[in-house]
Design a protein around this ligand. Sequence first.
Ligand code: ADP
Length: 542
Amino acid sequence: MMNTPLTLRQLLERPVEYFPDKLIVSRTSQGQFHYRYRDFNQRVNQLAHGLRDMGIKPGDHVAVMAWNTFRHLELYFAIPLVGSIIHMVNFRLFPEQLTYILNHAEDVALFVEDSIASIVEPLISQLPTVDQYIVMGDEYTPEIPGVIDYETLLAGQPDAFPFPDLDENSACGLCYTSATTGNPKGVHYTHRALYLHSLTLCAADVLAMSERDVVMPVVPMFHANGWGLPYSATWVGATQVLPGPHPTPMDIVQLIQGEHVTVSAAVPTVWFAVEQLLAQDPSLNLRTLRTVPMGGSAVPRSFIQHMEHDWGIPITHAYGMTEATPLATYGYVKSAIAKMDESTRYDYRAKQGIPIPGMRIRVARRDGQEVHHDGQEMGEIWLQAPWVADEYYHDDRTSDTFVDGWFHTGDVAAIDPEGYLRLIDRTKDLIKSGGEWISSVELENALMGHPAVAEAAVIAVPHPYWIERPLACVVLKPDTTVKVTAEALLSFIAPHFAKFWLPDTIVFLPEIPKTSTGKFSKVRLREWYHRGDLGTPQPNSL
Ligand code: ADP
């Protein structure tokens, strides 16, 4: 067989050849913008010339701080295709973390969108390796000496760049993931990993993405390659919709309606907010969506069922992480399960799914042996695939996590006889009460099944006798008219759990704090608890 290299270049060349007129639509701070794949390709080539003029070399890390926009997509291709590495920076990190990752990566240049530039300005004196700053958009030009304007960099450049032949195993992307303690950890992606991941994402039993789709990644493009959607969507020539700066739930709804989006992906908290809009205005119609992969944290069964029944929005659980490019399992419904009764089908769809093709999974006991596939025994999820990292970038935490060819995820799960994974918790979030494990995720899912509950997060708090006990933080829906008490919520979930699982305390909050990637921040909740801020009696609490 031919040993053709698996590089991102092929992902760019195909739509230009076969779907040059398909559209890329991008919300920007100036309004909506669209162009065709042929224009996109031309600008990627011009950008490659610009990168060469800047002196960017193969192997250099080039940082990008941007919302999901057409310019970000251009950088997704131009930087890797000249042999450099795109560092997709989570600009919502704290300033100390941002400084840490930009210095740790030794980025040589930083592309920043105008709307984010004010975050960068105060950091500049602490970034010795970054010697070029490029601003995208003209809403705001930061006070940075020698700052380059993105459009000026492209203007007048030739339409074709002689892209070099690249080793498929060379690094082309870099993302940092949060660590339980200490600084974020970096993961390098290779051309080969992104190529194979993009291909698998399009498989029929995964997202089945095709040219006929209109794909909108709401998940930020700095979060684990935008879950792979921008690369796969480009490869198949799908219409792409990039929701731009600060997309509100209404922006998301309007883009789905206006562009007839068929595939969209985001963490559950985004969709919880969208659902509240739908509830307020039943005339909104998102029925063009044919699949909505949702992950990053667990999606309650009740939410999957409600979105499908009431709004015709089919949610599919996707499980993965930064280290796995990110996708590991997908909530594909096997044909035998599709024939089962509705309730059983939803039981399966509430699980995290089965491994996508190419992914090997082991749910391991402490001794490394596989647990029984009985849906009950718990173990840690280990992963192995050509798109799973085998180290953290320049980080001595590598040896704790990557062991004998397996990536140890730190997630605890059970696996059933059909092979469906049920994520029980992150190791660090499990609650150990009197020697027995309690899953915070299962309690949260049950609480969010109550019609008046918008968000629920459960944390372990210290207890003198039981060592740890669950404490639930609950946000009620804004339009809730009935008074919902802690007792009512406990009675609602009680039939599903052993008595000792039930939270000792329910605290009502106006909002659950979120992480930089939009998940419930249990770290912050624990901090609040230890500062005494969660203990103060709330009107509805026990
Ligand atoms: P961070 O840790 O910075 O949030 P990641 O996005 O890499 O970054 O987080 C991955 C983690 O998110 C997984 O290890 C798992 O704990 C959780 N997760 C991802 N997808 C799901 C899902 N579908 N259901 C439950 N938890 C999930």
